[in-house]
Structures are given as C-alpha cells and as structure tokens.
Design a protein around this ligand. Structure first.
Ligand code: CTP
Length: 397
C-alpha cells in the first residue's frame, strides 16, 4: 500500500521528534519516498543529518538557504500526503490561525495534498481548552488527526499526550491509502439540499434542509476514491474541491440533472429534500398584496428517486432517504418498495440530534433483502461513513 507513495514528513519541536528516525526508516522500508521538512526547534531534538541519511533526500528547514529558495508550493504538490509528526502545541496553534513564519508552515498552508497530524505534548497542554479548540479548528479545515496515546511523558508524568508510535503512524498511512483507493472504480450520483419552487420572481416554496448530510456523503465517497457528481439545491454549505457539483434551484432542474447522469453511475444516493409540489404557475411579476387570502394552486413534482427506480439497470445501486415523523419503519419500508430502491436510510424527526440543520443524525438503514441496521446518534461525517460501509456490504453480499 505504501509502495511508491510520496510522503512529506513535517517535524516540529517536541521530544517525540526522536521517533521520526525510526518512522522514516519504516516508511522507506515499505517502499515510500520521504521528504522531510523540519522547524528549527525540531533540529534540536533530532539531527537533520540522521533524517537526510535515512530518507536519502536533503532535509529542508529554511525558506531560503545558500541563496536558494525552497519551493514550498511544489513540495505540497509533490506529496501524496503530508504527515506532521510530532505536532507541537505551538505549530498546532499556528495551523489553526494560519501563521506563516517558517518553511513548514508555508508548505502546510500551500499543500494541495491531504494533511494528517500526530500531536505530541504534555498532558496538561493536551487537555487545555485552547488545544481542544485548535484541534477542532484544524479538523474543520479537513486535516486528519491521529489520536495521542496515554503513557509515560517527557515531564515524567504519566497520562495522555504521547505521540502515536512509528508503527501506528505507518499503519494509519496504510489504511488511509487503502481507503482512498477502495472505491476508485465507482462513480456516484448524489442529490442534496432543498429545492426552491418559485411562486414569483422573489418568492419560493422551500424547506429547511441544509444539504449537510449529502455533502458529508459526497466527501466520504471522494475520500475513498469514488468519482462524485453532486446535484445540489440551494445550500450555503461549502463543498470540498474535487467533487463535481451541478447547482440547481427547482425539483425539475434536479430531476433533469439526475436523469442526464444516472446512466453513467454505479450508485445513486438521493438525500435531497425535494419539494413534493410546485406552484402551477410562476407569476412573472411580484404578486401584490391585495386580498385577505391568497390561494396558490400546486402541482406534484416528479419523484426523482422513483423515476430512477424504473430506469435502474443490473449492478446499479439506488439509495433513498426517508425523513419521517410517525410510523417511521412502515413508511420507510413502503418508500423502499414503491420507489424500487435497494436501500433506504430512515431518519426520524422524533430522535434528538436528527434532522435538518444539525450536525448529527440518527439513522436506520433498511435494504431490499430484508436487512435492517440501526446506528447511534453520530456526527453527519460518521453517519456518512456508516452509510457508505452499508452500501459496500450490500453490494458485496
Ligand atoms: N425524492 C425524490 N424526488 C421527489 C421527492 C422525494 O427523489 N420529488 C426522494 C428523496 O430524495 C428521498 C426519498 O425520495 O430519498 C423520500 O423522500 P421523502 O420526502 O421522505 O418522501 P416522499 O416520497 O416525498 O413522501 P412523503 O413526503 O409523503 O413522506
């Protein structure tokens, strides 16, 4: 899994830096190419000569050295992944704030590859609220975090904060590349967000869907190597780069975009909260306030999931969602059947932490073969992983 992988190792000033000598050796042994960038304080804990000897590459630590400029942009582009290990408290806070006062930070800020960090610090620093906040901040930028171990610390105390061992870091990287390539032959269509059905040029019928669940699914699938087409209704959420996005407003536009793409995908996941009805006519001018009551006649929108269910070919997997407030299981199973889906993901508005706008969700997944999997309330990121794992299991059964 690590054969030929390009790993950019960033080393910061922590006693755990001494472990990077064995880390570089293990990575090279596994067939990876390793380039090292270190902060000046890191070189007080481990010698650049040791690392350049083990990696067979020059070790960089200054933006300019011997009148030559270190090309930090190209280093980040060269790498398949940047691993910052050990990550000191100081560099963590710089990453959270976006400070750029050394080569390692310049490389990190311009890196286009995924970044993973292995923190190392004393227990009290590790538990400080600012450390927790900074970790959450860098995780929200998309960085991966390898948990610290508990054990003997440099201070002589015993507790949390030890950097993961070199073998664990290598294992993490192996899993990362395995996961990243596991769906590389899959193309997936996802719908997400609400739809807006225009009443007049300034008004619409819509709903409170944020698009978070669908975007989390698109991100998870992309992280596992799938090619993702996201058909996204009006949503303020950010979509990570690399996901092909078609922005739509109405259910009709969402329908057209999906029908056009469905033939070429392996899986389709319909997580959008599509408006069931649209105004029969859209007024050309803003409707003026005249009478005491106003009646707008609505007509049914085409059901995208149901339509794709009639077009589904052998080998294609179709996944729907069911957001219910009552008779949840019965309604979900009915949708599974009437829409000819393979799997249906039920979330109930009766469950705390589930539904629109929130960052968590609680789901049960039913499949066409009678399978049922219930999950705890989790972050939408974790829920996305559960859904993807369930689709994989269903397809491999
Ligand atoms: N769906 C769709 N197109 C529609 C309506 C719904 O593709 N016009 C999809 C949703 O994306 C979801 C599933 O159908 O995957 C179920 O949506 P939901 O709103 O829960 O159910 P409806 O079929 O609209 O039925 P109801 O509103 O009566 O519960």
């Amino acid at each position: 899994m690590l054969q030929g992988k390009k790993i950019l190792l960033g080393i910061t000033g922590s006693i755990a830096a001494y472990k990077t000598a064995s880390l570089v050796r293990l990575l090279i042994k596994a067939g990876a190419e390793v380039k090292v960038v270190m902060t000046e304080s890191a070189s007080e804990f481990v010698s650049p000569l040791t690392l350049s000897t083990l990696s067979k590459q020059e070790v960089l630590s200054k933006i300019a050295d011997n009148n030559a400029w270190a090309n930090h942009v190209m280093l980040g582009r060269w790498a398949d992944i940047m691993l910052i290990a050990p990550l000191s408290c100081n560099t963590l806070s710089k990453m959270a704030a976006g400070n750029c006062d050394n080569l390692l930070m310049a490389v990190y800020l311009s890196a286009t590859c995924p970044v993973v960090v292995a923190p190392a610090m004393d227990e009290d620093m590790w538990h400080h609220p600012s450390t927790k906040r900074n970790l959450l901040t860098i995780a929200s930028y998309g960085n991966h975090i390898i948990p610290v171990n508990s054990g003997e610390l440099a201070s002589g105390l015993v507790g949390d904060g030890r950097m993961a061992e070199s073998e664990e870091l290598v294992e993490w990287l192996r899993n990362f590349f395995f996961k990243k390539e596991s769906l590389k032959d899959k193309t997936v269509l996802i719908t997400a967000g609400p739809t807006h059905e225009a009443i007049d040029p300034v008004r619409f019928i819509g709903n409170a869907s944020s698009g978070k669940m669908g975007i989390a699914l698109a991100t998870e699938l992309q992280n596992r190597g799938a090619k993702v087409h996201l058909v996204l209704g009006p949503s303020a959420e950010k979509v990570p780069p690399g996901i092909e996005v078609t922005r739509v407003e109405s259910a009709q536009q969402m329908f057209d975009a999906c029908v056009q793409k469905f033939d070429r995908v392996n899986w389709a996941i319909m997580s959008a909260a599509v408006a069931d009805y649209r105004p029969m006519e859209k007024a050309n001018q803003k409707i003026k306030k005249k009478e005491e009551t106003l009646t707008i006649e609505l007509v049914k929108n085409e059901d995208i999931l149901k339509h794709l269910g009639t077009k589904k070919k052998n080998g294609q997997c179709l996944v729907g969602f069911a957001l219910e407030t009552n008779n949840e299981k019965l309604n979900a199973l009915q949708k599974l059947q009437t829409k000819n889906a393979d799997l249906i993901v039920l979330n109930s508005l009766n469950d705390a932490g589930a539904g629109f706008g929130v960052d968590s969700n609680k789901i049960t997944i039913f499949d066409k073969r009678g399978g049922e999997r219930t999950f705890e309330t989790k972050s939408k990121k974790e829920v996305a992983a559960d859904i993807v794992n369930t689709i994989i299991d269903y397809c491999n059964e």
